[in-house]
Design a protein around this ligand. Structure first.
Ligand code: UD1
Length: 430
């Protein structure tokens, strides 16, 4: 089991380069199987979730070449099975994108019920509702979702709740359905738009992605394409928070500043200075951090995937802050770990009441999930003394070379995989 060991206290300064968006990449590589021609995708993040998805696709017979860690060449003519093994599904929830992709192309698919981060109940009723309304039979039994359609026919689908996954899944299936599909109350996240752009580059006819209403005219077939994944707004935001909490000055490069507006705005409220460029954002964290109130919301609201990182920053901001988690009901589990580092946070239902403390103290903590794990790293960077973070396999699901990138802007952080290595690190930095 690997750990991150961190000696906190350094102000982060310099430049950091952001990779491709994990959540866009997962859907895009799944959608690549919807054509028999070769698809080339680059700016792919080399992270565990993407590698698991590639494994799941290879397992059903998709031919995938990886000329370099950030590029894949996908050809799906060799698909031999329409059933995705539980082995992969239990590791990443996004493997359900293979349902929409296979259903669209082959009118049939079978995928085990999804796993992923344990951040609350994560139903799939909206995906099911969408597939059914296009004429598919959906069977949920023995831990499997089986979808089957003699004909897939476009329909008008209203989403009772804004869901990124259901919007993308329905959009994929509808791309190769007969006639017109309208998705109302669609998710507007940047990766929904990226997947729509990708499908359009393969010959799909999708309009309105990025608004509440997406209209899809089904086409008979899709063709090959070359596509570059958008930058990862959550990775970018994570580095922005790391700069803010350490009183640093960091230029976060290769980003789309518009996608970061909610994060930038909350950092400004908390007392940071933000300078936006065409494809970079500079965060200057000098001066005192101050309290603010945050509510997570679907895009363009403040992202739930940035909630733990924001809470960590507010944990050392002057005054009383509140963070209201409105998307997932179980996303404050990391607060107990943070309390071990000295935080004063009370969770009441979906609201965290944060009384800012002077600073964090290094401690040994465990990453409970991907983003909360990254948030604990941020706390460690600001803490007095050494912080040891266990269970970093969660963090590796979504951050590529995280410790290397942090070291590049002045952090003292290492990856270890034994108690001896931890002891040596502590000796060296004390
Ligand atoms: C995606 C992201 C995840 C992010 C989340 C919200 C990926 C791989 N993951 O997850 O990182 O935290 O968006 O931005 O892209 N819901 C239902 N029924 C459904 C589906 C969802 O009630 O059928 C509810 C969920 O319980 C949740 C809300 O809708 O309360 C939003 O979930 P959704 O947007 O679907 O999240 P994911 O696509 O799973």
């Amino acid at each position: 089991m690997e750990q991150y060991v961190i000696k906190g206290g350094n102000s982060l300064t310099g430049e950091v380069e952001i990779g491709g968006a994990k959540n866009a990449a997962l859907a895009i590589i799944a959608a690549a199987i919807m054509t028999d021609e070769t698809v080339v995708i680059d700016n792919l993040p080399d992270v565990r979730d993407v590698n698991v998805m590639i494994g799941a696709m290879e397992d059903i017979g998709v031919h995938i070449e990886r000329p370099d860690p950030h590029t894949v060449k996908i050809n799906a003519t060799t698909i031999g099975r329409l059933s995705v093994d539980y082995e992969y599904i239990k590791k990443i929830r996004a493997s359900y994108y293979l349902l929409g992709a296979l259903l669209g192309k082959y009118k049939k698919a079978e995928v085990a019920l999804p796993g992923g981060c344990d951040i609350g109940s994560r139903p799939i009723d909206l995906h099911v509702k969408g597939f059914k309304s296009m004429g598919a039979d959906v069977d949920l039994s023995y831990g499997l979702i089986s979808v089957n359609a003699k004909r897939l026919i476009g329909n008008h689908i209203y989403m009772d709740k804004v869901s990124v996954g259901a919007t993308i899944n329905i959009m994929m299936a509808a791309t190769l359905a007969e006639g017109k599909t309208t998705i109302e109350n669609a998710a507007k996240e940047p990766h929904v738009v990226d997947v729509a752009n990708f499908l359009n580059s393969m010959g799909a006819n999708i309009r309105g992605a990025g608004t509440d209403v997406i209209r899809i005219h089904g086409v008979n077939k899709l063709h090959g394409t070359e596509y570059s994944v958008i930058p990862d707004q959550i990775e970018a935001g994570t580095f922005m928070f790391a700069a803010a909490i350490t009183g640093g000055d960091v230029l976060v490069k290769n980003v789309i500043p518009k996608h970061l507006e909610a994060t930038s705005s909350k950092l400004i409220d908390a007392g940071c200075q933000i300078v936006e460029y065409d494809d970079a954002v500079r965060v200057i964290g000098r001066g005192k951090l101050v309290n603010t109130q945050v509510t997570t919301l679907p895009y363009p609201g403040f992202p739930t995937d940035m909630q733990p990182q924001m809470t960590v920053v507010l944990g050392v901001a002057e005054g009383v802050s509140t963070v209201n988690e409105s998307i997932f009901e179980n996303r404050f589990k990391y607060v107990d770990e943070l309390a071990r580092m000295g935080a004063n946070i009370q969770v009441e239902g979906n609201i965290a009441i944060i009384r800012g403390v002077e600073g964090y103290e290094g401690a040994r903590v465990s990453a409970p999930d991907l983003r909360a794990g990254a948030a604990l790293v941020i706390a460690g960077l600001a803490a007095k003394g050494v912080t040891i973070i266990d269970d970093i396999h969660y963090i590796q699901r979504g951050y590529e070379r995280f410790e290397e990138k942090l070291r590049g802007i002045g952090a003292v952080i290492e990856k270890t995989d034994s108690e001896q290595q931890i002891d040596r690190f502590i000796e060296r930095v004390s």
